[in-house]
Design a protein around this ligand. Structure first.
Ligand code: NCD
Ligand code: ZN
Length: 351
């Protein structure tokens, strides 16, 4: 007799270890989709202008708290955008005060609003050395931007030419390789000994590059790092559902208004905050790993960032009828298209 299929699952309240909340009308329009299910999130600093100082992060945190729907409890975990001019003392003070939880490295030009990122790593060494000393993690967007490197190879080349030399030089530095998209990235993390972990997005567990390009160009599946071929998606799935403590959820939910996605030069970013937990339950069920969903969404991340796990829980229930999500959400900044996993979702977070 086969065991009864699981139709209800209670897990500790999840956290999102990589999230774009933006600012102003967009922030107001999207934050509730995160705070409904998530207790905390690592907040990306790539605003225009970016969040580069502790003072910037303090002000941004206040705007986030002001935008939070009444009654929601949510803790934004603030980050600083690393530039060649970042002051190590400011970083250390921000960390010591409990405000700054990580520093984000964008190689210059790698993605949305990253032109102020790092070009010459030598200039960032003093701050990286300080971070290694005080135990403050570096979150990396792991792609090289050299025009000669094919966009699908940028992560693998980054590991070889930037990340591995950096980690050899500063072995005490804690590095989060964010939104890992390749088997190369997964294998590199699995082979590492300490001080390296990786976040994985919801959408990279679901789509491969065909979603963007087959049957017409589909801008709402375009993000950075760009989705890769199927073998990479399978490696991400295996890692995320393995229970390995080095892998955890970072949705990289990155809202852009439709006119900026649906045009001749569309922005990178996929909006998944609203249906992430339903998508993940589906993926973990397909992989026979529902018992490991909690590790991925709620246990491994806090352990890596040195934070307690959440006390509260959420319950997911599988229903016979498909769960419906809006195709688009309206914000004061404009309309944002919601990630479509291209299969019906049946897992619903109970409220
Ligand atoms: C992000 C954004 O829009 O800010 N876009 C994306 O495709 N993920 C930036 C990023 O994390 O690369
Ligand atoms: Zn991102």
């Amino acid at each position: 007799m086969s065991p009864q299929p699981i139709t209800e699952l209670t897990i500790r309240r999840p956290d999102d270890w990589h999230l774009h909340l933006r600012d102003g009308g967009m922030l107001k329009g999207v934050i509730g989709d995160t705070s409904r299910h998530f207790a905390r999130a690592i907040i990306m600093p790539n605003l225009v202008p970016p969040v580069v100082t502790t003072a910037d992060a303090t002000a941004y945190r206040e705007r986030i708290m002001a935008a939070l729907p009444k009654g929601d409890r949510f803790e934004p975990l603030m980050t600083l955008y690393l530039t060649e001019g970042t002051n190590p003392d400011d970083v250390e003070a921000g960390h010591a005060s409990g405000l700054i939880r990580a520093v984000k490295l964008y190689p210059a030009g790698a993605t949305t609003n990253s032109h102020g990122g790092v070009r010459n790593f030598e200039n960032a060494m003093p701050v990286l050395e300080r971070m290694a000393r005080i135990g403050l993690p570096l979150c990396v967007h792991g792609e090289v931007t050299t025009p000669e490197v094919d966009i699908f190879d940028r992560e693998a080349v980054f590991i070889e030419t930037v990340l591995d030399p950096l980690r050899a030089r500063l072995p005490e530095l804690k590095v989060t390789m964010e939104h890992v998209t390749t088997k190369d990235g997964i294998d590199y993390i699995k082979a590492s000994k300490g001080n390296l972990a990786g976040s994985i997005t919801t959408h990279h567990l679901i789509i491969n590059r065909n979603a963007i390009l087959v049957g017409g160009i589909r801008p709402h599946y375009y993000c950075l790092p760009v989705a890769k071929r199927e073998l990479h998606r399978l490696a991400l799935r295996a890692a995320a559902t393995s229970g390995d403590a080095r892998f955890f959820l970072g949705t990289d939910s990155a809202p852009h208004v439709d006119p900026l996605k649906e045009c001749a030069c569309g922005c990178a970013g996929i909006y998944t905050s609203i249906n992430t937990m339903s998508c993940l339950a589906h993926v973990f069920e397909q992989e026979n790993a529902l018992d490991r969903l909690e590790a991925f969404t709620s246990l491994n991340g806090p352990a890596w960032y040195g934070l307690p796990v959440n006390d509260e829980t959420i319950t997911l229930r599988k229903q016979a009828d498909a769960v419906t999500f809006p195709e688009k959400i309206e914000t004061e900044a404009g309309t944002v298209t919601v990630f479509d996993p291209m299969f019906p979702l049946h897992w619903q977070v109970q409220t």
